[in-house]
Design a binder for this molecule. Structure first.
Ligand SMILES: Cc1ncc(COP(=O)(O)O)c(C=O)c1O
Length: 380
């Protein structure tokens, strides 16, 4: 299994003692490592970090310092990045269906690059940002992805030329195409298929007098799960070869989210209740489905629970602290016998976790500390 940021027992205990739980520990070194890994594996590709995966300011700042561009999806994300001093030409507003306030914020902040996947969106963009640069999002079917975004987004390839022409006729700067193969995609195949399809559409567009110049291959790059890790370097190698073959002279963008931030955060949570219910062992934690574990619902993610315990494996149900009976994260989860007060470390907890956490029932979001700012205390 590929090595990634995971605190050891001593650090987990000391941090929990000092800062309390629940606590999120973010490694900016891991964020930068992941960015640089992908930049190297996909040479020449302009990486646009998908802010939605984890919008934490210090994480975004670290990426900005690495030279990253950004995929933003809302007025809030554009305003936040602008307030951080990130230039608007480093942002693509990659939400195919934008809100009115999103469009007016794009105008205000100077964001001029957009994606779209419907005729209706063309007029909406050109009315607010005349001459704006657009990429048409193409639907690519990949039912194997953990989160298949193509049931909701993407124009049919057969409609692409008609829509590109319509965008041009509305005075928009038609730059190219984009796609997203779905999140946590574990194979290069859907990327390569989509790249080939886009190459055909680029040819058809040329026949219609439209010289496209940009292809955005989206996000979807996987992180290790409890069960397996993936050879992302090999995957990216196959994607790179296809890009060299089919798009030697085209500007290529990608929008990785999960791959950049997923392994960069550890959650520290404590057992606050233990009981037998219906002959099953239940543990209640101080973090739940309405908090960092929101990824269980929104991201279909199964999290590793590191208990630092030895002994016979048991199965148990893990519930969160709120008064809602929905607030159960795991059932029949293999673990070890635990007691109230025990600490649990949840590694690879950085993507689609705190980003979708709520403050339901008055439970505050878990605070985030930066590992490199506190790590000195653990030096020998
Ligand atoms: C348009 C777009 N780009 C990029 C991403 C990031 O995808 P991932 O986190 O799988 O890399 C998403 C995720 O939903 C998305 O909707």
């Amino acid at each position: 299994m590929q090595k990634f940021f995971k605190l050891n027992q001593a650090a987990t205990e000391l941090l929990a003692e000092k800062y309390g739980t629940p606590l999120l520990v973010l490694s900016l070194a891991e964020v930068k490592k992941n960015y640089q890994f992908l930049a190297k594996a996909l040479p020449g590709v302009k990486l646009h970090y998908a802010v939605k995966a984890n919008p934490e300011r210090r994480l975004v700042q670290a990426l900005a310092e690495c030279g990253s561009c950004f995929d933003v999806a809302s007025d809030g994300e554009m305003l936040e990045l602008t307030a951080m001093g990130i230039e608007s030409n480093r942002m693509v507003y990659a939400n195919p269906v934008k809100t009115a306030s999103g469009l007016s914020t794009a105008l205000k902040t100077g964001v001029k690059k957009f994606t779209f996947d419907s005729e209706a969106e063309i007029g909406r963009i050109s009315d607010v940002i005349p001459g704006g640069t657009v990429l048409l999002r193409i639907r690519v079917d990949n039912p194997l992805a953990l989160v298949d975004l193509n049931t909701k987004f993407g124009a049919r390839p057969d409609d692409a030329i008609k829509m590109l022409k319509m965008a041009r006729d509305h005075g928009l700067d038609v730059a190219g195409l984009c796609f997203h193969v779905g999140s946590q995609s574990t194979s290069a195949k859907p990327y390569v298929e989509a790249i080939k399809m886009c190459a055909r559409l680029f040819d058809q567009a040329r026949d219609e007098g439209m010289e496209l110049r940009t292809l955005d291959i989206g996000g979807g790059f996987p992180i290790p799960t409890i069960q397996e890790s993936f050879d992302v370097a090999a995957m990216a190698g196959e994607i790179h070869s296809a890009l060299v073959e089919y798009f030697p002279n085209t500007e290529i963008w990608a929008e990785p989210g999960r791959f950049i931030c997923g392994t960069a955060v550890n959650l520290l949570t404590r057992v606050i209740g233990a009981q037998i219910r219906n002959h099953q062992q239940w543990y209640f934690l101080d973090e739940g489905l309405y908090g960092t574990f929101s990824g269980v619902i929104f991201d279909h993610w199964d999290f590793e629970l590191e208990t630092f315990k030895q002994g016979e494996p048991i199965t148990a149900t893990f519930a969160g602290p709120s008064c809602d009976s929905l607030d159960v994260m795991f059932r029949e989860k293999t673990t070890r016998l635990l007691q109230v007060g025990d600490l649990i470390l949840v590694p690879a907890c950085g993507a689609y976790t705190s980003a979708s956490a709520t403050v339901f029932n008055g439970f505050a979001k878990a605070p985030i500390i930066v590992w490199e700012e506190v790590a000195g205390a653990f030096a020998e």
